[in-house]
Design a binder for this molecule. Sequence first.
Ligand SMILES: [Zn+2]
Length: 261
Amino acid sequence: MRTELVSEPGDADRPNEDFASVGLPASGQGGSVVVLDGVTPPKNGTGCLHSVPWFTARLGGALTELTVSLPDTPLADALSLAIARTAEAHASTCDLSHPRTPQATVVVARWSPETVEYLVLSDSALLVESPDGVVTPVLDDRLSLLPRSALATDALVDSTVRNREGGFFTAAADPGVSARAVTGTVPRREVRALTVLTDGAARWVERFGEGDWADCFQLVRKEGPQALVDRVRTLERADTARTFLGRSKTHDDATVVFVEF
Ligand SMILES: [Zn+2]
């Protein structure tokens, strides 16, 4: 099998808030990929002493370990355990009930000789390619279904839709959020390869409209994850009129993982 992983910060002066790992246990029978996109905190505080990279390293590290050490535990349960373990690491020093407590989007895929399981929470993307080349995106599209007005400002997002019923959900300090994730299982024989993207890389499709998910998959397959990130950076630099970027930051952390069985 082949795995390739690229993760780049949007700004060289700020730490990368994405996390990515591929776990290949010694049994050689399966493995997992974990990708998180940490939510950038507001300047007026999160109730937490720690940085977003501190949070994503703990949550992503726990998820990587639990998905391969507990192969029979469903991914949603593994996510609950990982959130609880991470919360425990700072419950005594930080206010985990704060609405902006550190949080992240989550994509996990785990494979065995028989199956490929997946879990998607919030707006990172998992692309699944079948042996005949059909690409199926697995998306948690709650965020895109919200009215644009609800997303106008961070403050409004906090008070109305973040981790609230009818809104969108990220992995923060509540283990129960895993029940909100999009999950599923497909036979391994129906999967040839996977690509996972954080929204900073998915901009190639979602913002710039350079192609659809299948085009994006083919680009990653042929030219590699770095080529996709490089193309996004070129498009971002060229959009000086902000036709596509609007009020979004020019560059976002961008992570791409490609796994071919
Ligand atoms: Zn903390």
